[in-house]
Design a protein around this ligand. Structure first.
Ligand SMILES: [Zn+2]
Length: 503
């Protein structure tokens, strides 16, 4: 093992395409509607069954991507969770754009400041790369903690800073950090530098701007690692459905093409750079009617629900919906099985899960199983488990000590990676396809949602050239770190490129 000093590792462009389903991306590439992303897949490799975390929801998933840890390791459980110490619901908001255009200043604070600074308990890829002496850039990605301070650039926000208990004059990030008009470490002249984006215009946070900054970073070779995040494809699916998302991929591909053109086009770009593109979660279409599962009433228990939910008024359960997942915090955790039993029968609830004596227990359609790490049965990811009860509760088959997943990919590790967190609900719910628990605000999406353990919102695409395509989103950060540590060793070699790997 001698370090390869002759060939320094290629710069890495890392693209996160929020919420794009793997079948949507695959069909867009197959039909020629995504030639730039198709070129990456064809010359490198593509996985159409890579897996998100549980809950399969953006803050949890982006924190997992940025750190390589599941929610139990990052401390970021979802859009919202109940903070036992403060007796309050912490809301990060659905998306940065939504938060900033519609949300109160506290949500902006939680999303931009609190999540990274206070709640995220794992080191980020930006911090780990800095330890290796590798500078990085982050465009719009919500998890971006790093060693460099970036001042707020927008005058209207500077106004809020005076005398507010929320926000602060700067955030920490990688060497280069861009978030619309709020933060920009380099003046490329393409943003509303006087803060004229305004809150109603999402302070200039949009995918077009992200693509432009990405192109400038690639052209100027400012930093060896560039993360560019595109979020609009998730919003398109929420509001208009999967077919609309499929049409949107063409536009997304144009952004990717724009970035690669900054290096002279696809061939030149891929000759000089490694690239990974992943989505953070999938999407499940919702029923046109009666898709909302209201957790306000649970027979036999007093429930507190909403952005001010608390145990203060004598509630038994604080319920925190997270799209197609829900976190239920109990005053008395010994009642977990009872609450789970009651809710598992509810229309729209697919499964309920809770902790019991060192096990995680799962109840689905009258079936029950329990599991914990460390037994003799091994899954395709190399994790081993002790399992008892009816495996069909999680659609699992076990033969010759091998665990085979069905409709709930990587279910054991993902459930464990939620429930093992002290910030998880005592009981967690996953919705049936077609249903949603909505958001803390009480609203719910029109066409499609995500968050569940089911494959529809759990599977993601992963395409890469010059590095291995990760099998799960928690493998992204380790893959990128290994690339910079090991250089060209073990990369996809040019001779294997001709075969392609896109099916
Ligand atoms: Zn979403």
């Amino acid at each position: 093992m001698s370090p390869n000093l002759q060939t320094p590792p290629k710069p890495v462009l890392f693209l996160v395409l929020d919420g794009i389903r793997p079948d949507v991306m695959r069909s867009a590439i197959r039909d020629g509607d995504a030639p730039a992303l198709g070129a990456i897949a064809e010359r490198g490799e593509a996985r159409w069954d890579a897996v998100s975390v549980f809950p399969s929801i953006t803050p949890a998933a982006t924190a997992a991507i940025a750190t390589g840890e599941p929610p139990s390791g990052t401390g970021i459980l979802g859009h919202a969770w109940y903070d036992e110490n403060e007796d309050e619901i912490v809301v990060y908001g659905a998306k940065t754009e939504t938060v900033i255009s519609t949300g109160p200043i506290k949500v902006l604070h939680n999303n931009v400041w609190r999540m990274n600074r206070d709640d995220l308990i794992a080191p980020t890829i930006f911090e780990s790369l800095d330890d290796l002496g590798v500078d990085a850039a982050c465009v719009h990605f919500p998890v971006r903690r790093g060693p460099h301070e970036h001042p707020v650039r927008m005058k209207t926000v500077e106004g809020y800073l005076k005398g507010s208990r929320y926000l602060s004059p700067s955030v920490s990030g990688p060497k280069e950090y861009f978030l619309g008009d709020l933060f920009y470490s380099t003046e490329f002249g393409t943003n509303g530098r006087n803060g004229n984006g305004g809150f109603q215009r999402a302070v200039g946070i949009n995918d077009e701007y992200a693509a432009e900054v990405g192109a400038r970073l690639v052209a100027e070779k400012t930093t060896p690692f560039n993360l560019v995040y595109f979020f609009h494809g998730d919003k398109v699916a929420h509001h208009k459905g999967i077919a609309a998302q499929r049409r949107h991929v063409t536009k997304l591909d144009g952004f990717v093409s724009h970035i690669m053109d900054a290096a002279g086009g696809v061939d030149e770009f891929l000759a000089e750079n490694a690239v990974i593109a992943v989505s953070d979660h999938g999407h499940t279409p919702l029923l046109p009617r009666r898709r909302f599962v209201n957790l306000a009433r649970v027979k036999g228990y007093k429930v507190s629900l909403g952005s001010r939910a608390s145990f203060a008024a004598g509630a038994d359960v604080v319920a925190v919906p997270n799209g197609r997942a829900a976190l239920l915090y109990l005053r008395d955790a010994s009642k977990s099985a009872g609450v789970a039993d009651t809710l598992a029968l509810r229309r729209g609830v697919d499964l309920a899960s809770w902790r019991e004596d060192g096990w995680v227990v799962v109840r689905r359609v009258g079936r029950e199983m329990r599991f914990k790490p460390g037994g003799g049965a091994t899954d395709r990811y190399g994790d081993s488990w002790e399992i008892s009860g009816d495996h069909r509760a999680l659609g699992i088959e076990v033969s010759d000590e091998a665990v085979h997943y069905g409709d709930y990919p990587d279910a054991l590790s993902r459930l464990w990676g939620c429930l093992a967190s002290s910030r998880s609900g005592d009981v967690v719910l996953s919705a049936s396809p077609g249903y949603t628990f909505g958001e803390v605000s009480g609203g719910y999406h029109a066409a499609s949602d995500h968050g569940s353990l089911h494959r529809e919102d759990s599977e993601v695409f992963s395409i890469a050239c010059g590095v291995r395509a990760p099998e799960k989103i928690t493998e992204v950060a380790p893959t990128i770190l290994a690339h910079f540590i090991e250089g060209e060793k073990g990369d996809v070699s040019p001779s294997s490129v001709a075969e392609g790997n896109v099916r």
